[in-house]
Design a protein around this ligand. Structure first.
Ligand code: PEP
Length: 249
């Protein structure tokens, strides 16, 4: 079974100086945990994290990545650039980017492929909105989005990616899917991955994200096909991250 991943999405929070201070504080308080920790920070914070965290057990990465290798794409950051500063991960297809930057699953698929080809592990986000959930169509919706978002990820690369199920109605709202809901969706995602990647499907870590906190993470991650969490709001304070890591220990 893969090691649990506790992925911390800072979103557009923390300047480089704040990131540096945060990483120093975390390093001094980090509890023993079975989980792998990774901070997904604004790109401008990454050199500060590299300075403080390289050589430690805490990984880090970006919140987005370009679908292109290099060239005339103003404002974009490539996999090679991220790799050069030591980033391991990049979130792709977060619902906030799908919404505010109109990222389609086809773009997400290109970004996931660009990440893998450049040696960065994509954390590929999928999940339904409230309208879909209210119609009871969350499983077919999420699996369609998943298959489209993986359409450029080749079979032999399945252990080099992470899938995050994040129901949009649970992100930043304080509403969490029940552990059972998260577990059922993770089971459905694992089945879909088996269809796509056969024996490699077991290597893919499936995270749950949506208002995860120290008080609910253990129950959610106890579901057989949930291999960790993607955490937004509760990732900003070191104390809360220590609580999340302890709850997973
Ligand atoms: C997220 O942004 O991926 C997220 C899950 O946020 P929150 O934990 O705040 O719901």
């Amino acid at each position: 079974m893969p090691q649990n991943l506790l992925a911390l999405n800072w979103k557009m929070n923390k300047t480089p100086s704040e990131a540096m201070k945060w990483a120093e504080t975390l390093a001094s308080q980090l509890p023993q945990t079975q989980a792998e920790l990774a901070i997904l920070a604004p790109a401008i914070d990454l050199p500060a994290l590299a300075q403080k965290l390289n050589g430690s057990s805490v990984g880090w990465g970006a919140q987005d990545i370009s679908q292109h290798e290099s060239g005339a794409y103003t404002g974009e950051i490539s996999a090679a650039m991220l790799g050069d500063v030591g980033a391991k991960y990049a979130i792709v297809g977060h619902s906030e980017r799908r919404l505010y930057q109109s990222e389609s699953s086809q773009i997400v698929a290109s970004k996931a492929a660009a990440a893998i080809n450049g040696g960065i592990v994509p954390i590929i986000c999928v999940g339904e909105g409230l309208d879909v959930r209210e119609k009871g169509e969350q499983v077919p919706f999420t699996l369609d989005q998943l298959r489209d978002s993986l359409s450029q990820v080749p079979v032999l690369r399945a252990d080099q990616m992470v899938v995050a199920y994040e129901p949009v109605w649970a992100i930043g709202t304080g509403k969490t899917a029940t552990a059972q809901d998260a577990g059922e969706m993770a089971d459905a995602i694992r089945d879909a991955l088996r269809g796509l990647y056969r024996e490699y499907a077991g290597d893919v870590r499936i995270l749950y994200g949506g208002s995860v906190k120290p008080g609910n993470i253990a129950e959610i991650c106890a579901q057989p096909n949930v291999n960790g969490a993607l955490v937004g709001g509760a990732s900003l304070d070191v104390e809360s991250v220590v609580g999340l890591a302890q709850a997973l220990a």
